[in-house]
Design a protein around this ligand. Structure first.
Ligand SMILES: C[S@@+](CC[C@H](N)C(=O)[O-])C[C@H]1O[C@@H](n2cnc3c(N)ncnc32)[C@H](O)[C@@H]1O
Length: 236
């Protein structure tokens, strides 16, 4: 079914030029200073949950997959995005995984994607999507359809709560006015509620203004969200 929400503003900002600035400015500077969630917290999610068959939704520059240290080798990687620049650049960066590319709107069913995955990453995408948290929740329905019974969905999104400072308030307001973000109604509780309606096991954490989550269709014995990951070798 076609979504009534216009997905274009949330991905239009990503051009070759902006993507070349994304890692230092967004993952380096904004995550640390504006959103108060240094990127190593997110990197830790990738290290823990990326599996041999992984679907990455909203690939950006592919940074977290590039530096991921997965528990097992990745054999099947699908890169999913609406923006062709993001797909092109990330596919080149991650060519060692021989990724498949899927260009689509995450707000609509993933037609033609016939695989189920052991892990699905959706990082920093929900705050770019139009609509209320309830409308965004449909994304989890689509993911669930492509998640194996013992699979895990994980990611993070910037919500409109948490440790705000002048820098984060200014950025959030500017981005929302330009349609780059649409997260005025997004709260940790609202996103968590959407997850809990669809998944059996949900774990979440708010760090600064960033809501981190992982969700499973069935209960697993292990895997907690990172508390204090120690990554001394990376700069972001
Ligand atoms: C803020 S970037 C996040 C990039 C990366 N996941 C990260 O954490 O650094 C958002 C990504 O989501 C993609 N995106 C935005 N709206 C989308 C939509 N409706 N369907 C699919 N991809 C979308 C953008 O093109 C972009 O690659």
């Amino acid at each position: 079914m076609e979504s009534p929400l216009d997905p274009r503003p949330g991905q239009a900002i990503y051009t070759k030029l902006t993507l070349s600035l994304y890692d230092p400015l967004v993952l380096g500077l904004s995550n640390r200073i504006a959103w108060r969630c240094p990127s190593h917290y997110i990197q830790h999610l990738y290290d823990q949950y990326v599996s041999p068959s992984h679907l990455e939704i909203g690939v950006g520059t592919g940074y977290f997959l590039e530096y991921c240290v997965p528990r097992q080798p990745v054999n099947d990687l699908v890169l999913f995005d609406l923006n062709r620049h993001c797909l092109q650049q990330t596919a080149e960066r991650l060519q060692r995984f021989n990724p498949r590319i899927y260009r689509a709107n995450v707000l609509e069913p993933f037609q033609g994607l016939d695989t189920s995955f052991e892990s699905v990453g959706i990082n920093y995408v929900l705050h770019c999507l139009p609509g209320t948290p309830r409308q965004k929740g449909i994304v989890f329905d689509h993911i669930k359809t492509h998640l194996k019974d013992d699979g895990v969905c994980f990611g993070a999104t910037i919500v409109n709560q948490g440790a705000d400072n002048l820098f984060s308030k200014t950025l959030k307001s500017l981005y929302n006015r330009r349609g780059i973000f649409c997260n005025r109604d997004d709260t940790a509780e609202a996103i968590e509620s959407e997850l809990r309606q669809r998944f059996v096991e949900v774990e979440t954490r708010l760090i600064g203004t960033v809501f981190l989550f992982r969700a499973r269709k069935a209960a697993a014995q292990e895997n907690e969200l990172p508390q204090k990951p120690k990554r001394s070798s990376r700069s972001q």
